[in-house]
Design a protein around this ligand. Sequence first.
Ligand SMILES: [Cu+2]
Length: 137
Amino acid sequence: MTTNVILVNLAALATIVWIVWYFWLSEKPRSVAVLADGGVQEVYIRVRGGYNPNLIVLSSHRPARLHFTRRETASCSEVVTFPDFDISRRLPVDEDVTIELDEMVPGEYDFACQMGMLRGKLVVTDGAAPPTSEELG
Ligand SMILES: [Cu+2]
């Protein structure tokens, strides 16, 4: 193997490592729902190259309202799906799309774009209200 081939392979490997880290391993800030009047947990999610936040902590004792706003035209993020709840929603650019969820059994529920490239997760805990950031550590 010539040096050039080795360098190309190393560059390819570095790219793969970066992709794995970026999409699956990097810790993005988690979000705790805001409790609105009427006891509904409100969460605002910005969609642009991913979901921000992509880790959302909810209480199992209250319904939730997820507001998605897609700030890009890339077709990848056009649809958001919640496979566990059989929900699939189109996200028109710059529109607030609200997904209403009833009280959920504690657990983890993934959401993603249609091809599963953008991913997020709801973490539903047994707390009476959304946990505070101190409780989360
Ligand atoms: Cu996609």
